[in-house]
Design a protein around this ligand. Structure first.
Ligand code: 5GP
Ligand code: SF4
Ligand code: MG
Length: 459
């Protein structure tokens, strides 16, 4: 998912519209925003893209200068309007709205406990847990929010607003990205810097693990909910696949990091060929890096129909398989009679790779060598990236040779974890695992997962 927040700008709703549109790649399923004019909330949520959900007339009704917004992609089931964010509640004498990117691992447990003592939940979203924890606390908002953040375990970037305040927080490990910018005197918060760039805001810095910022009439208060500093563990999949190439995280530009992953892959597992091609859009940067490193020409061996949504985001396997066909075509004149190196970012179920390899062969490629810019994906994510169960992850049960056969490739190699870390060159290079979470590759989860009903998924 993607989140976008504004504190004190007269055009809060319009800025959110453009900001959320820039974050659209992070979730295409629903979009929403909630704006406060100081005394009242105005909000709207709908299924679909930002540009579909927010019409001109509707935008005019969203007046105010504080706002939080959200674009969502969900995991299995529950892709319905009641789970679209921001979630809005009555809170004391006013209102409370919550938007998050991520997943709370102990949400089912906390929810059960809250329900047993009388809470009535409106949604099946784990995000709602935080609102109940805050609402039931006798403490003031800031202390109640701190207690709530200490209680929940997982990977998250939270935006919480009342009629006159905004609270911004990142989980204790900084698993999900969240960045802060300024536009004049207004503060802007976004999952990725591309959204800041889009609205002309200046990047200030990324939000730190365990940090909680409070914005009120006196300005910005920098605070923490967690004194202890834990291992920094930003999701490596943000660099591998999820974020937009023009975004920076931890001081590293996504496109440049992906290019280095490609060149590193060429060093680790060189194969001679006539052309290098990358699966659009996420792997084009890496393919350029591979080509630059080897001297094999980079070519546009495939094109993507830009009117098709991201296949992975569509709920069912059937739709996903249909989506791949709708989405990619081989450029026959480029690959015909050629030995092709095909770069992709990840193999999850193996469906995409098999289809693409066969598509290239059908278009006349004589050899197809697959190079993947991440290590084998063996473990599910509990922190907000949509992944299937372990038994559907092809690398959890098959060897690289077996996967190679299964996807019908001439050869297959994955980037090493060390190669991945060194390619990113973020400002945590010297930290444990380069300040990254690599759990889906190495099973080393930064948080405990020892909760009843802990489930993989995304808010
Ligand atoms: P597969 O077909 O192997 O299950 O999926 C791998 C493909 O899905 C890759 O091309 C990758 O770009 C794409 N993909 C889209 N969304 C995600 C996601 O959230 N996680 C992962 N790992 N891959 C994704
Ligand atoms: Fe990202 Fe993988 Fe960690 Fe999930 S487990 S946060 S996908 S690196
Ligand atoms: Mg892809």
């Amino acid at each position: 998912c993607g989140v976008f927040g504004v504190y004190r700008h007269p055009d809060a709703a319009s800025l959110s519209y453009y900001g959320l549109h820039a974050l659209q790649h992070r979730g295409e399923e629903s979009a929403g925003m909630c704006v406060s004019d100081g005394s009242e909330f105005h909000y709207h949520r709908g299924m679909g893209l930002v540009k579909e959900v927010f019409t001109k007339d509707l935008m005019a009704s969203l007046s105010g200068d504080i706002s939080i917004g959200h674009v969502r992609y969900s995991t299995s089931g529950d892709s319905k309007l009641t789970n679209a964010q921001p979630l809005v509640f009555k809170y004391r004498d006013g209102d409370l709205a919550v938007a998050t990117n991520g997943n709370i691992v102990n949400a089912p447990e906390i929810r059960k406990e809250l329900e047993q003592s009388g809470s009535i939940f409106q949604t099946t979203s784990d995000t709602e847990v935080i609102a109940h924890l805050i609402a039931r606390s006798p403490k003031d908002l800031v202390e109640a929010a701190k207690d709530a953040f200490r209680r929940i375990v997982g990977g998250y970037a939270f935006l919480i607003m009342t009629n006159d305040r905004l609270i911004v927080a990142s989980d204790a490990h900084g698993l999900r990205p969240l960045t802060m910018g300024k536009l004049g005197d207004a503060y802007i918060f976004a999952s990725e810097t591309c959204a800041l760039e889009t609205i002309g805001a200046e990047l200030i810095r990324d939000i730190e693990p365990g940090e909680m910022l409070v914005l009120d009439s006196e300005g910005l208060h920098e605070d923490r909910f967690e004194e202890k500093k834990h291992r920094k563990a930003l999701c490596a999949m943000e660099y591998i696949y999820f974020a937009r190439p023009d975004s920076d995280m931890n001081g590293a530009n996504q496109h440049s990091a992906r290019k280095r992953m490609g060149s590193r892959l060429a060093i680790e597992s060189f194969v001679d060929a006539d052309v290098v091609t990358g699966v659009p859009d996420s792997s084009i940067s890496a393919a350029i890096g591979y080509a630059e490193q080897t001297g094999i020409p980079y070519e546009l061996g495939m094109i993507k129909n830009k009117y098709t949504g991201r296949t992975f985001i569509q709920p069912s396997q059937e739709l996903r398989e249909q989506g791949v066909k709708m989405k990619l075509s081989a450029v026959r004149r480029v690959v015909e009679g050629k030995r092709v190196v095909m770069i992709d970012d990840s193999i999850v179920r193996g469906t995409t790779s098999r289809r693409i390899v066969n598509m290239l062969r059908d278009a006349g490629a004589t050899e197809v060598h697959v190079r993947i810019t991440s290590p084998p994906f063996k473990n599910p994510c509990f922190y907000g990236i949509d992944t299937p169960n372990r038994d559907e992850l092809i690398a959890s049960s098959k060897s690289i040779e077996e996967i190679c056969r299964e996807i019908n490739a001439d050869s297959l190699s994955f980037l090493s974890p060390e190669g991945l870390i060194s390619s990113i060159e973020g400002n945590h290079q010297d930290a444990y695992k380069g300040g990254l979470c690599l759990a889906c590759f190495d099973n080393d989860y930064p948080t405990t997962l020892d909760f009843k009903d802990a489930k993989a998924g995304c808010g």
